[in-house]
Design a protein around this ligand. Structure first.
Ligand code: ATP
Length: 634
């Protein structure tokens, strides 16, 4: 029987993989800063798992990325630093005050635990932990609720801590506090896993799969689909399954219809209203049930019982299963189907994980505007061009105005798609104006035939957005993450003000500062944030992956996303957003920023990226150069 023992712990085929195998790899990855080498290390780890314990690959992917379930299962780990510290005190023979003191020096609970364990004399070697032990214990922890749950959780954490060997302690303790500090997010894990799959298939003389195929399928589907138990790793078997959300396709920003038309020159495209609501991915499963997923791929079915009924009632019952992309918008049916703003829609009750809101308690009615279809009756449609995909939608349901409608659209055919065609520009500008008058955020433009597939999880050039705010010169808004703050003065004494805001750079996995924000907040909001950013959410020092020349008095863990709008964008010697992209040593900053709202359904890594900030900056520069020649033009 083959046995694996490189950097890894030794184990034989068919046996559960030791957690030490992961911990040793994490340790190597933590020390190595180069992306290529860390990917190779992770790839080797996955290869050994594929060869010896394939059932441990999924738990390992979860443990590497600090998850315990696919996002749409809405499972939370439910343990915080204080429980871990209490278990450390009991199992490592170090008092809480000593642990807190050490934490101030190390800035990391995992390092503290590792140090305490090294100073401990054990009577007998602990029973080895396996990958699946750790993973299943974390899932159990998440399921514990009700009276005495803190005590029951602590027993499980104690069991894990007591069983740790070598550097296992460091990573095991970091897991519940959600910071492995190995920079191994999905972006690093996916290529490593894809390489491992291809090499594994080659060695086991299975079907020959190309790296690009595996990569793109993993990118599209891995997070939700592959992480569902039972999926295997042969690229051909990475199937789409209704009930498992697809990461949504996203659009690029443009500064007006003129620029958008230039970008789509010579290609047929559709313009659609960009509704100001909440994205909804609607799944009908073969058993007739309906599930709704948010932009974050969270199950939001319980929030929309009325939408579920509409789909059941209005969709063609001969189509057994489908996955639709749509926007749910608040609607006032007593006022001629007036569309409401996103804010009005968000005042609607949310429902909970286990129970839907009652239909009779619904205060804000909704209309759903369907704009895409990704799966129909067992057929994956991602690679079909949009024009074809849209024909599937037409066969799927009868529109019912004010309830279920197709997104309003204007088609521009290939021979009309030219900036020199004034009639096209005029039609598009009027369409844009009509969209704005109908309370929409602007319009979306999408290629119909060329490069017109549904690129799950990607922000693509084949989807463009023209937003009213931008065209009106107010500046597009950014979704930014508070990463630090100063203590407020005067009226704001006792609260935090200003906050330091950052965008995310997925390439370097860094949060890069964009601006300080100190306006747009209510007093209640200040109070709420003072309570929210406390305890473990305050970091002892600036993390290496926060990039800025600012020195706030407090550093926060990346938790929330806020919509921020400013006058315009400018180069900055202090802020690091998109540094090196539009200027070799300067980043981009927002001038006169103000807080618009919190964006609760977005995770910090899903905020505006450095590329978004750079594109907005470039678009602004171009806009200044191009003279306006009509509404929406620019
Ligand atoms: P934004 O903050 O501008 O809404 P985003 O990052 O959520 O952007 P984008 O792909 O950039 O996503 O913009 C499209 C968003 O607009 C979608 O997420 C969706 O919620 C919404 N939307 C409204 N109408 C449409 C439409 N017809 N087609 C696609 N998306 C639409």
């Amino acid at each position: 029987m083959p046995c694996m023992s490189t950097s890894a712990a030794c184990w034989t085929a068919g046996q559960p993989a030791p957690y030490l195998h992961l911990a040793r790899t994490f340790d190597l990855v933590e020390r190595e800063k180069g992306k290529i080498k860390t990917t190779a290390m992770l790839c080797n780890m996955f290869r050994s798992l594929l060869a010896l314990s394939p059932n441990d690959v999924l738990p390992a992917v979860y443990l590497c990325t600090n998850k315990i379930s696919p996002d749409h299962e809405n499972m939370e780990l439910n343990i915080g630093g204080s429980l871990v510290i209490s278990a450390m005190e009991e199992s490592l023979g170090t008092s809480k005050s000593k642990i807190h003191e050490m934490y101030k020096t190390y800035g990391d609970l995992g390092d503290v635990a590792q140090e305490c364990r090294q100073n401990q004399t054990l009577l007998a070697p602990p029973r080895p932990l396996s990958v699946r032990d750790v993973y299943s214990t974390l899932r159990k922890l998440s399921a514990i609720s009700g009276g005495g749950s803190a005590g029951r959780r602590k027993i499980l954490v104690l069991h894990l801590i007591r069983s740790c060997r070598e550097m296992e302690m460091k990573f095991l303790v970091r897991t519940p506090v959600r910071n492995l500090r190995i920079g191994a997010m999905m972006k690093t894990i996916l290529p490593a896993l894809a390489h491992a799959v291809v090499l594994h298939e080659k060695c086991s003389t299975g079907p020959v799969v190309s790296l690009e195929d595996v990569k793109s399928q993993l990118q599209d589907l891995l997070v939700p689909s592959l992480l569902c138990e039972g999926a295997t790793f042969a690229a051909s078997s990475l199937a789409m399954v209704p009930g498992t959300p697809i990461p949504p396709m996203l659009a690029r920003i443009t500064n007006g219809v003129t620029q958008a038309l230039k970008l789509f020159h010579g290609r047929a495209f559709t313009c659609e209203y960009k509704y100001d609501g909440q994205r909804a991915q609607i799944h009908r499963l073969t058993d007739g049930s309906v599930q709704i997923f948010s932009r974050q791929m969270k199950d939001s079915t319980s929030q929309f019982p009325d939408l579920v009924n509409m789909i059941k009632e209005l969709c063609n019952s001969e189509v057994a299963s489908f996955i639709l992309d749509a926007e749910v918008v608040g609607i006032d049916r007593n006022k001629g189907n007036r569309l409401m703003s996103f804010q009005e829609l968000s005042s609607r009750e949310r429902g909970s994980k286990n129970s839907s809101i009652a239909i009779q308690n619904i205060k804000v009615d909704i209309c759903v505007f369907v704009f895409d279809i990704m799966f129909c009756n067992g057929q994956r449609l991602l690679d079909n061009p949009l024009r074809q995909r849209r024909s599937y939608i037409h066969d799927l349901f009868q529109e019912k105005p004010g309830y279920l409608e197709l997104a309003q659209q204007l088609i521009v055919e290939e021979d009309e798609a030219s900036i020199d065609n004034s009639s096209t520009l005029h039609r598009m500008s009027s369409f844009f104006e009509k969209a704005c008058q109908s309370s929409c955020e602007g319009i979306m433009l999408k290629t119909l035939d060329i490069d017109a597939g549904y690129s799950a999880s990607k922000r693509c050039d084949s989807w463009l957005k023209v937003k009213r705010d931008y065209v009106e010169g107010l500046g597009d808004s950014l979704d930014l993450v508070p990463i630090g703050a100063w203590y407020g003065n005067g009226r704001k004494a006792g609260w935090y003000s200003p906050f330091l805001m950052a965008c995310y750079n997925p390439e370097s996995e860094e949060f890069q500062s964009v601006c300080r924000v100190m306006s747009g907040f209510s007093d209640d909001f200040y109070k709420e944030m003072k309570e929210f950013y406390s305890g473990e959410k305050i970091l002892p020092k600036k993390p290496v992956y926060y990039k800025t020349d600012e020195q706030p008095e407090l550093w926060f863990t990346a938790e929330q996303v806020w919509e921020i709008r400013g006058a315009d964008l400018t180069l900055s010697p202090v802020h690091h957003a998109a540094i090196g992209v539009v200027h070799p040593s300067r980043g981009i900053s927002v001038r006169m920023p103000r807080h618009i709202r919190c964006v609760p359904d977005r995770s910090p890594e899903d905020c505006s990226t450095a590329t978004d900030v750079a594109s907005m900056f470039r678009a602004q520069t171009r806009k200044m150069e191009v003279s306006s020649d009509g509404p929406g033009a620019g």
